[in-house]
Design a protein. Structure first.
Length: 354
């Protein structure tokens, strides 16, 4: 039986349990991240500077990450992007105009991401900004309807403003997101994340949660080979050490939303919440298919290294983000979603074979 809550004692403490009392504009922002950055290893999992170029290939997707002299952007640096994405998605869902230019109040960011608010925390904030700006990406992974095969930054630029005086306290920074990230936001290619993500203290834990959220989603379970999981996480440790880490996740059972099991060389992520149950008691609405062959028809457009159920979860998430509009046919809407994504990935409808 899957436990319905993680083992909190292995999560870091909540540093600001009363954050809603003093963050008016951002307290109601739901944690969001773009799907592509959850699926593929864009960020370093090392707490030490990594100055070597990283390359990754999976199926038809490839990714090359080049660091600056400060090193590759880390999964902790990514918090800044998650914060910006969450704010923009909150505005977009309220029907407001958005732009890639985002102003971030430093104090609110530190609280939102469950960090301290001392001098070293502000210093780490600036260092993260520098690594994000300095890390360059070359990839064929699409966002929105664009394929960007060129070098671009995770953010295009950043401006830091400090208070005048002896303490020089940071007031705010302004960043400009890359077109690659902004395209994903405009296309709503994002997923909601558990706020306890920021309470995961180790880089591998955060990356494991991202992988589970992207691939298991709201399905009952998702299975993946140990070696392939190591590759998708971007882990640099050998397989023996990586297995030890996965076994530690199993033993501690503290990932938000998901449990982890190991059977031989297979890793199984299971959902703590029974989203998959087809009942009127489901916490969130979910469209129901009327025909039994919908999944088979959709599989014509789903790459062989992906699951039709993953695409269904993404479609349901998109439908909810759009306000749960009434569908004349959930089956047709899902097939249309798969066709559209297939074309964006470079597929040709008339020549596709399964």
């Amino acid at each position: 039986m899957v436990p319905d809550s993680p083992n909190d004692k292995h999560l870091t403490a909540e540093k600001h349990p009363q954050q809603d009392l003093f963050i008016c504009d951002v307290a109601d922002a739901i944690l969001k991240d773009v799907m592509q950055q959850m699926e593929h290893p864009f960020y370093s999992l090392s707490k030490k500077p990594v100055t070597a170029i990283r390359e990754y290939r999976h199926g038809d997707h490839w990714l090359k990450i080049t660091p600056s002299v400060q090193g590759l952007a880390t999964i902790y640096d990514k918090d800044l992007l998650i914060y910006a994405i969450s704010q923009l998605m909150a505005k977009l869902n309220r029907g407001q105009e958005i732009s890639p230019q985002v102003r971030i109040n430093c104090h609110e960011f530190l609280i939102f991401t469950n960090r301290g608010t001392g001098g070293k925390d502000y210093k780490a904030f600036v260092e993260a900004l520098e690594r994000l700006r300095g890390t360059t990406i070359s990839t064929n992974i699409r966002t929105g309807d664009e394929e960007q095969i060129e070098v671009f930054g995770l953010i295009d630029k950043g401006t830091v403003r400090r208070k005048h005086g002896l303490d020089g306290r940071l007031l705010w920074v302004e960043i400009r997101l890359s077109d690659w990230v902004f395209n994903a936001i405009k296309a709503k290619e994002v997923l909601t994340m558990n706020r306890d993500y920021f309470r995961l203290g180790k880089p591998y834990e955060r990356r494991a949660y991202e992988i589970a959220r992207k691939h298991c989603g709201r399905s009952k379970e998702w299975k993946i080979g140990l070696e392939l999981l190591r590759k998708k996480m971007g882990a640099t440790s050998n397989l023996r050490k990586f297995r030890y880490f996965i076994n530690e996740l199993v033993e501690r059972d503290h990932l938000p939303d998901y449990t982890v099991e190991v059977e031989g060389d297979m890793v199984i992520f299971s959902n703590r919440v029974a989203w998959w149950k087809d009942s009127d008691e489901s916490p969130l609405p979910r469209p129901r298919f009327r025909t039994t062959d919908t999944y088979e028809r959709a599989k014509r457009y789903v790459p062989r290294d992906q699951s039709v159920y993953e695409w269904e979860n993404d479609w349901v998430e998109f439908w909810r983000e759009s306000g749960c509009p009434t569908l004349q046919s959930a089956d047709a809407a899902f097939i249309g979603f798969c066709k559209s994504r297939f074309v964006r990935l470079g597929g040709q409808i008339e020549t596709q074979r399964r």
